[in-house]
Design a protein around this ligand. Structure first.
Ligand code: ATP
Length: 261
């Protein structure tokens, strides 16, 4: 197995007491698979991704990538966040080249960066500054920057969460094409059912308080995907039913918290 997560638990100390955030997470991801992690706000999706990235440590359990335990960040794992976090004083091309410069010549870095900028359909924006392009384009630069490092595993934390519907839909197509072309393994955090249905081979549906895996749903549709709403309806209904009581739990907790203040 490519990525293995075994009996993972994670607790944080909040206001002096320990809070169990992830409980008994077990997940195997195959090489070349697109797996989404879907769940209500606060169920621990970002924490799980951050543990796989090696940015946060697990409290208990084993996580291995190609048989090697994950102990910290590594260049075989690339990360894309909700905010592109580009350097404003560098051009689009220079932003993508930046992480490559310590490991290759300037010429090679520029060629590689151009290749990935073309893949995200920004080949004609190389000399623009980040403030001269839209939020969706900035996110495409962030994706090109992560891909240019040629990671074995791409970790994406709600990368399209801050974008409008049309931009999101365009980026779904671009990401699907990248996935087909590069055959990268992708772990993708989202709270959008539609997004997970469009992109994933499998959807890991998480419950909350503490974060657990409720179900893993397999989507065996050919790519590029062009399923109609009707074809996806039974999956959508199943996920909605799984999430309903979890979302109620979040609302109830928030109401109790508000009443106690
Ligand atoms: N560094 C931290 N210290 C303490 N508690 C934390 C820390 N990071 C996350 N938490 C808590 O862990 C829980 C899960 O947070 P996380 O951000 O992983 O959830 P999420 O499912 O990604 O939420 P969202 O969809 O809203 O981004 C939350 O209750 C959060 O407050």
């Amino acid at each position: 197995m490519f990525l293995t997560i075994n009996n993972l638990n994670k607790s944080f100390i909040n206001k002096g007491s320990s809070e169990l955030v992830l409980s008994n997470i077990n997940l195997d991801v195959r090489e070349g698979e697109f797996v989404s992690i879907l769940g209500p706000s606060g169920c621990g999706k970002s924490t799980l991704l951050s543990i796989v990235a090696g940015l946060t440590s697990a409290s208990e359990g084993n996580i291995e990538l190609s048989g090697t335990p994950i102990k910290g960040p590594g260049k075989e794992r690339g990360m894309v966040f909700q905010q592109a976090a580009l350097f404003p004083w560098l051009t689009v091309l220079e932003n993508v080249m930046f992480p490559l410069l310590p490991v290759m010549s300037k010429k090679e870095a520029a060629e590689k960066a151009k290749h990935y900028l073309q893949m995200v359909q920004l080949g004609s924006y190389t000399n623009h500054s980040p403030h001269e392009i839209s939020g969706g384009m900035q996110q495409r630069v962030a994706i090109a920057r992560a891909l240019a490092m040629d990671p074995a595993l791409l970790l994406m934390d709600e990368p399209f969460g801050a974008l409008d519907e049309q931009t999101r839909s365009r980026l779904h197509e671009i990401l699907e094409n990248i996935f087909i072309e590069t055959k990268k393994t992708i772990l993708f955090v989202t709270h959008s059912i539609a997004e997970s249905l469009k992109l994933s081979d499998r959807i890991v549906v998480m419950g909350t308080q503490p974060g657990t895996i409720l179900d893993i749903i397999e989507l065996d549709f050919p790519r590029p995907r062009s399923q109609s709403k009707e074809e996806l309806l039974s999956y959508e209904e199943k996920i909605q039913a799984l999430l309903k009581s979890e979302i109620d739990k979040v609302t109830e907790k928030e109401q109790k918290h508000a009443a106690s203040r």
